[in-house]
Design a protein around this ligand. Structure first.
Ligand SMILES: Nc1ncnc2c1ncn2[C@@H]1O[C@H](COP(=O)(O)OP(=O)(O)O[C@H]2O[C@H](CO)[C@@H](O)[C@H](O)[C@H]2O)[C@@H](O)[C@H]1O
Length: 432
């Protein structure tokens, strides 16, 4: 796939995943204990032999650059790269990216210079494994101007997506972005035409866009240059293109989740612990998900009771119970803790022993040692990196709150899930 350039949409203002995006660009949000969101589309590209990859982000965080430069260094024998392009002020443009199409438009002159035939536009917040070479091949075979990857969708979630109608040759003849009410019903189709069984077609009567596209190079340039007021692919560019160009649908058969909200991100991480078969597995020798090599020591488990959980490398876990949880790199959990239905992202460094011991007499929240202190109970939470959680803390959402912003206390509650902020200190005995 030498003649394909991948452009990954790495996130706008980052409000949907806030507070995980408080201190980092969305593609740098940690996933599954040792990866970051950006590892998914980048690994899919590498496994599909696409090595020229740009990542568009609204802001350029140090952790994203560090991660990409340490993870994806291609050898000098090919022209591969993974590079971040951040929204920037220029004399011609003083605005941030106004939407997905605008983000691509602002770097169009750079993309125009690339010696490729197709642009592959991807999202930075999806969990799936896909061979893009089949997607591109289908695009070429149908001589499409644009090809949209699609999945069948059920009634409950359909209005969160761009929906389409297609003709018998797979050509998109109508596209509606996130329709509601009558407009939603109007987009119902018989998906058995896509090869679904009658039962599956009844349960999934919509064709949803995955928000990932293959564009012929000249078509992307044309549609972005012809009407500058169109700033979003799903809302404006694609619906308009469907009336003028050969826009094709490519059916993706496999697990795919948009994990761009706190709830869907949490659910996707929890689903990784599902037994016997999680819907997505990081273990696939033929198509691995890559990340940064860290050379961490093996995890130490001292008399722990662990069920249906993922434990990353370099952790030290003492006499604790962990159930249905994801525990990230370098996590330290002291004795007597109970962790359930929780994602702990881990730590970026080990705290020196002397510093941890000085924390045995805790005078302020800042003195709480890194990790999770003795006898603490955590349920249905996300604990961001480098958090310091004291002893005998309860993070259980005791009042069953759905939404709360307690930034000064070190946590948020989003969709009933407690999110402890990166680097936050939660003092001994605190109950959330
Ligand atoms: N200003 C910006 N700069 C850089 N990146 C940005 C950006 N704004 C958003 N992004 C990124 O672009 C991707 C698409 O995000 P959007 O919020 O625009 O679309 P949404 O996911 O709602 O719908 C889209 O994806 C769903 C599938 O999830 C489709 O059904 C629907 O038609 C399609 O519009 C995400 O990865 C997001 O982080």
């Amino acid at each position: 796939m030498k003649r394909v350039l991948a452009i990954i949409l790495g996130g706008g203002a980052g409000t949907r995943l806030y507070p995980l995006t408080k201190m980092r660009a969305k593609p740098a949000v940690p996933l599954a204990g040792k990866y970051r969101l950006i590892d998914i589309p980048v690994s899919n590209c590498i496994n599909s032999e696409i090595y020229q990859i740009y990542v568009l982000t609204q802001f350029n965080s140090a952790s994203l650059n560090r991660h990409l430069s340490r993870s994806y260094t291609f050898t000098g024998f090919n022209d591969g790269f993974v590079e971040v392009l951040a929204a920037q002020q220029t004399p011609e443009n003083t605005n941030w990216f106004q939407g997905t199409a605008d983000a691509v438009r602002q770097y169009l002159s750079l993309f125009e210079e690339c010696n490729v035939d197709e642009f592959l536009i991807l999202s930075g917040d999806h969990l799936y494994r896909m061979d893009y070479s089949k997607f591109v091949q289908r695009h070429q075979e149908t001589n499409a101007d644009i090809t949209i990857s699609v999945v069948p969708m059920d009634e409950r979630r359909a209005s969160d997506f761009g929906l389409m109608k297609i003709d018998s040759a797979g050509r998109v003849i109508d596209f509606s972005e996130k329709p509601k009410g009558d407009a939603l019903t109007e987009m119902r189709v018989d998906t058995s035409a896509l090869g679904l069984t009658p039962e599956d077609a009844r349960q999934n009567p919509y064709i949803a866009s995955m928000g990932i596209y293959v564009f012929k190079k000249e078509i992307l340039i044309k549609v972005l240059k012809e009407s500058l007021e169109r700033t979003d692919f799903g809302k404006e560019v694609i619906p308009d293109a469907a009336t003028k160009h050969n826009v094709q649908a490519y059916l993706f058969n496999g697990y795919w989740e948009d994990i761009g909200t706190i709830e869907s991100f949490y659910d996707a991480n929890m689903a990784l612990t599902q037994q016997p078969l999680p819907p997505f597995s990081f273990y696939d020798e033929k198509a691995p998900i890559y990340t940064r090599p860290r050379y961490l020591p093996p995890t130490k488990l001292l008399d722990c009771n662990i069920k249906e959980s993922l434990i990353a490398e370099g952790c030290i876990l003492k006499e604790c119970s962990i159930n249905h949880s994801v525990v990230g790199v370098r996590t330290r959990i002291e004795s007597g803790c109970l962790i359930e239905d929780t994602m702990i992202m881990g730590a970026d460094y080990y705290q020196p022993l002397a510093e941890r011991q000085s924390g045995t007499m805790i005078y302020s929240a800042a003195d709480v040692p890194l990790g999770i202190g003795k006898d603490t109970i955590i349920r249905r939470a996300i604990i961001d990196k480098n958090a310091r959680i004291g002893c005998n803390v309860r993070i259980v959402n005791k009042d069953n709150v759905q939404e709360a912003e307690r930034e000064n206390l070190g946590f948020f509650i989003r969709s009933g899930i407690v999110v402890v902020l990166k680097g936050a200190s939660i003092p001994d005995e605190m109950v959330i």
